[in-house]
Design a protein around this ligand. Sequence first.
Ligand SMILES: Cc1ncc(COP(=O)(O)O)c(C=O)c1O
Length: 440
Amino acid sequence: MKMPGSYYDDLTDSELAGEIDALETQVDQIKARGLSLNMARGKPCPEQLELSTPMLDVLGSGSSLFASDGTDCRNYGCLMGIPEARELFGQIMGVPADRVFVGGESSLTLMHDVISHGMVHGIAGCEPWLLQAQRAPLKWICLVPGYDRHFAITEYFGFELVSVALRDDGPDMDEVERLVADPTVKGMWCVPMYSNPSGIVYSDEAVARIAALRPAAPDFRVMWDNAYCEHHLYDDHPTLANVFDACEAAGNPDLVYEFCSTSKITLPGAGVSAMAASPANLADLKAQLTVQMIGHDKLNQLRHVRFLRDVDGVHEHMRRQAQVLRPRFELVDRRLTQGLADLRVATWSRPRGGYFVMFNGPEGSAKAIVSLAGECGVKLTGAGATWPHHDDPRDSDIRIAPSFPSLEELDEALDVFVTCVKLVCARLAAASRGTGADER
Ligand SMILES: Cc1ncc(COP(=O)(O)O)c(C=O)c1O
C-alpha cells in the first residue's frame, strides 16, 4: 500500500501537524489507562473451550475402553492409531483410513518429525538431507505471508528459506515451478485452506499445479498443513480440492504429506493430530515411528471419536465454534472499516474461516504500529513474523488474531490499534515531506 493518496497526504503541513498532536494526546491517554490486551496468538477463547469440555466426561472408569477392533485403549499398542480415529481423520482429510497415522496432541510435532526423518535417514531411501547439505546448502519454499512456526522448523534444520508470494488463490506457481527445477530445493510449506495468516483458500487450479510439480529432487515434498480444513465461519464456505486425488491424477502419488489436528476443533492442550500420506511414504515413516514409540494416547483418540462421532459431528461442532468466532471477525472488519477506510492507509483480509486477519499498512509502518500498540498495552504478533527470519522487506504486514479476547476486550484493543495505525501513518506522511514546507 502506497502512502501517496492517503488522507494524510492531502492535508496541509499545519493540518497534518495538528492531526499528529491530537493523535499523540489520544495515545498518551490510552497509555495512562494501563491496558493489558492481547491479539497476538491464535488461541481459542474460553467460550470455545467450553464447547469441548463435555468431551472429558465421555470416558470414565465405567465406560468401555476398547476400540472397535478390540484393542484395550488403556494398554500399549496400535502404533498407527485406533481404527475409528484413523477413519475419522480419513473422513476429515478425504483419504482412506489406511493412509492415516494418528499422532499425539500436536500436528507441528508430526511436521517436525517428518523433516527430522528427511535430515537423518532420508526421504524414502534418498540420501539424508544432512549429508546432501554438506555439498550444497538445501532450500525450502516458504509462502509469504506464512506461519512463523513452519518457517522456524525448516530454519532450525538449517534450510535456506526461499520466499514465494502467496496470492489470493494460492502460491505464485510460476515461481514455484521455476524453483523446483533446482535439486537443492527440498520442499514447500502450504496451508491450503484459510491460510495462516492471509485466510486465502487455494483454487482448484493451484492444487492441480502443485500436484503436477515435477521437482528435480526425488525427495522434494509438499507439507500440506490443513490445520483449518474444518474452520469455516459461514455455512456458505469455499471448498478445497482433494490434493491426494490431484496427485494421483498427475501421476505424483508420493509428493504430499497432509497434516491436521483437533487443536482448534476441541482442545489445543489435549487434542489429537493426524497425518495422511501415500502407502510408500507411510511405510517409509513407519520405520521411524516404530522405533520412536509403541503408540500414542489411545484413550484420547477414543474420547475424541465418541465425542465427535464422525465428520458430520465435526461439522456440527464447528458450526458452534463459528458462532463464537464469527462476531469477533466481523467486529475486526467493522472497527477497521469505521476507523481506517476513509484514510486510505491500509487494507485487510475478510477471511471466510481460519483464525487470522491479515492487515497491510503502508511501507515502513508495521514495526512502529506493533511497538506503539505494545506501549499502549495491546500485544500483537511481532511485526515480520509472517516472513522467514521475521524479515518483512516492506515492513507492512501485521497478523491480527481475534479469537482469544472477549468481544469487549477485542473492541477496546481494536480501538487502540486503529489509533496507533493513524498516528504511525500520519508520522510517516510528515516524514515523507522532509523539511515540512507547506506545499499547498
Ligand atoms: C497453520 C497451522 N498449523 C499448525 C498449527 C498448530 O497445530 P498443532 O496444535 O496441531 O500443533 C497452527 C496453530 O496456530 C497453525 O496455524
